[in-house]
Design a protein around this ligand. Sequence first.
Ligand code: LLP
Length: 418
Amino acid sequence: NPRPFAYRKRVLQCDGVSLAALAESHGTPLYVYSQQHVLARLAMFQQAFAAVPHTICYAVKANSSLALIKLLGEQGAGFDIVSGGELERVRKASKKSLDRVVFAGVGKQVAEIDAAIGAGILLFNVESEGELALLAERAEALGIEARYSLRVNPDVFADTHPYISTGLSAHKFGIDINAARGIYRKARKYKFLKAAGVSVHIGSQIRAVDPFGKAMDRVVGLVMELREDGIHLTHIDAGGGLGIEYTDAPFDPEAQVAAYAEAVLKATEGLGLHLLLEPGRFLVAQAGALVTRVLNVKKNGDKTFVITDAGMNDLIRPSLYQAHHQILPVKQAAGASAPVDIVGPVCESGDFFARDREMPASKPGDLLAILDAGAYGMSLTSNYNTRPRPAEVLVDGDEARVIRRRETLKDLFGPESL
Ligand code: LLP
């Protein structure tokens, strides 16, 4: 079972804790995560790369919970951040990890750059020549050397949803790999910049490992060219993007990460560089579920709609990427299944979790668990329709603790004035 969710006495548990009990004490919609599962996934990754010097920089955007950042930081993880806000999350939850932070993003602002230089992060993943000039200017103004990698765009196709594919020249991300050498050479004039590495990220939810190897081959070619120019990098960043299985098809995460590591390590073998990896989804997606209560069941024509108290504002992946998530009844019931649409209460036809899904009959009050919601679930929530965000619970064995309380309307109205 690649997930920490399983039935015991016909009730779905997260490790040793019943989801029915959690819904009872904390209300719904409720995000539930397994601490042991996250730690096991991190250990799997670390193990797969154990043969080389490496740092696993968890992609904070996947799930930005302070408690998870703290947990991962304690195990030696670094962090891949994309904003000044994410930098402050790392500072708050895992201050000693600041020197293991890499900062990506195509639109970094002066205040964010200054804060990250001041915090002594490991390096900036720079996405344009203009940004490099700005970084040089800010480093000089602060009188602190800043380390950078160019994030190159390798023009490699990876089969995933178009919204989360990033490694083609048609995408806004990175610098054309063919232009990178010239930029590193020109950047030698910047006294306060140090060329530390090169980075690449080709997209997310990528299941085949060859595109990662192909992208790394191209990046390694660049590293060798730079050596001819006397530019000796110390780091090489393979980005994130390793996918998981969202259906109930068999999935062996250990084999998946081993194949991925083999592709990356083969391409970078003998280079003597410190390897950086930026997994997000692979570490946290399957650790989490969104627990929701059925409000109503109704029929329109031939269709049956199961209406839940969670909506697209709580988990947007099905609406935004037509993503498939398994949905299980928290209490296993005998009886026939029939196709239903599982939808939220938000006023949009795109507010659905599943369409024409074979499910055992549900009735108002029943609980459902939407699986694999630990990544890009809570971090993509919104208050659309003036809906307070869900609470989050972290399970450790047979104990559970609230790591984020449910939002209240007071929280929502706070910044507004009449
Ligand atoms: N590094 C960079 C530079 C990234 O842009 C991303 C994700 C990652 C690492 C982590 O990728 P992961 O290992 O999690 O695939 N909201 C979408 C996914 C967006 C991914 C954005 N970038 C979803 O729910 O599928």
